[in-house]
Design a protein around this ligand. Structure first.
Ligand code: ASP
Length: 305
C-alpha cells in the first residue's frame, strides 16, 4: 500500500494481513443487506468506473446505500474523462465535490494506488487492469466459508483464463495466506508455468482430471475474449479440454461447489447444467457481494467495530 494512502483504503489482497482479512469477513457476517445500518449516514461514496461492470458496481452501490451513504456514479463515457482529463485531475475533482470515499475500477494496474497516494480519502480498488480485485476475493472467501467449515485442508481448482484474471490473482493471494492448496488449470497461453510463483502453495496443471481430483471448490474463469488479441487460443479445443460439464464435475469431491466471478459465458467455460446445477454457488457469490462490500465500506470510514 502506498505509504500515504488514507487509512481504510483497500488496494489489494497481497499486502493485507490474514488477521485483517478475517476481521473483514467476520464483520461482513454481521451485515444484513435487508436491514439498513446507518454506519455511513450522510457520507458520500464516489463510484468511479473507467471499465464496464455489473455486479461490482451495483453491489457497491447497494452496500453504500444500505449503510446510509449517498452514492454518485461517474463513468468514463459521458464524463470529462472522455475529454482527456487525467486520472489525478478527476480524483481532485471528485474530492472537491465532497467524496468521502472513492471506489475505482480502471483498466491500468496501479491506478487506485496513484489515486490513494495523492488524495486524503480512502480509496477502494474495484479492479485494476490485470492486477487485483480485492473485494471479489473477499466475497469469494466469504462464500467459501459459508459452504465449507474452514479453510483448513481445503483444495481449490481455478480453471480458465488465469493470465488475464485479476480475480484469480487476488484469490490466490488470499487463499494462500490460509494454507489452501491451489491448483491452476488451463492451456499454457492462459496459465503460464510462472503463475505457480504467485504465492505459496500453488501448482499448475494442464489436465482437468488432475485439477479436479480431491477438489472442494472449483472456481471457473471466463475466457476474456476481448483481451485475447495476439494470443492463439483455439476455442473449440479449449471447450473440449476444459469446459466444466456434469461428467467432469463428478471427478471433484462429492460436495464440491462451483464458483465463478461472472460474467459467465454458457457453452464456453461451463455448460448450463453446471451454471444452474445444485453445486453452483454463482448467484450466491453475487448476493454475498453486498454484505462483504458493506464491511469494506464501513472499514474505509473507520466504522468496522
Ligand atoms: N468481473 C470480473 C472482473 O472484472 C471478471 C471478468 O470480467 O471476467 O475482473
Amino acid at each position: 500500500m502506498p505509504m500515504n494512502a488514507a487509512r481504510g483504503s483497500l488496494l489489494g489482497i497481497e499486502h493485507l494481513e490474514a488477521a485483517e482479512i478475517l476481521k473483514i469477513l467476520k464483520f461482513a457476517r454481521r451485515m444484513n443487506p435487508d436491514r439498513p445500518r446507518p454506519l455511513l449516514k450522510g457520507k458520500r461514496v464516489l463510484l468511479l468506473f473507467y471499465e464496464a461492470s455489473t455486479r461490482t458496481r451495483s453491489s457497491f452501490e447497494i452496500a453504500a446505500k444500505t449503510l446510509g451513504a449517498h452514492t454518485v456514479l461517474v463513468q468514463a463515457a459521458g464524463s470529462s474523462i472522455e475529454k482527456g482529463e487525467s486520472l489525478l485531475d478527476t480524483g481532485y475533482t471528485v474530492r472537491a465535490v465532497g467524496a468521502d470515499v472513492i471506489v475505482i475500477r480502471h483498466p491500468n494496474a496501479g491506478a487506485p494506488h496513484v489515486m490513494a497516494q495523492h488524495l486524503d480519502v480512502p480509496v477502494i480498488n474495484a479492479g485494476d487492469g490485470l492486477h487485483e480485485h480485492p473485494s471479489q476475493a473477499l466475497l469469494d472467501a466469504y462464500t467459501i466459508l459459508r459452504n465449507k467449515k474452514s479453510f483448513k485442508g481445503l483444495q481449490i481448482a481455478i480453471v480458465g483464463d488465469i493470465f488475464h484474471s485479476r480475480v484469480a490473482r487476488s484469490a490466490c493471494h488470499l487463499l494462500s495466506k490460509f494454507g489452501v492448496k491451489i491448483i491452476l488449470c488451463g492451456p499454457e497461453e492462459l496459465v503460464p508455468e510462472v503463475a505457480a510463483t504467485l504465492a505459496p502453495g500453488i501448482r499448475v496443471t494442464r489436465h482437468i482430471e488432475d485439477a479436479l481430483r480431491g477438489t472442494d471448490v472449483v472456481m471457473l474463469l471466463r475466457v476474456q475474449k476481448e483481451r485475447l488479441s495476439g494470443l492463439k487460443i483455439d476455442l473449440p479445443e479449449y471447450i473440449a479440454r476444459y469446459q466444466m460439464t456434469p461428467a467432469r464435475l463428478k471427478m471433484a469431491k462429492k460436495d464440491a461447489v462451483v464458483m465463478h466471478p461472472g460474467p459467465i459465458i454458457r457453452g464456453l467455460e461451463l455448460t448450463s447444467e453446471i451454471a444452474d446445477g445444485a453445486q453452483s454457488r454463482i448467484l450466491e457469490e453475487v448476493r454475498n457481494g453486498v454484505p462483504t462490500r458493506m464491511a469494506i465500506l464501513a472499514r474505509a470510514m473507520g466504522r468496522m467495530r
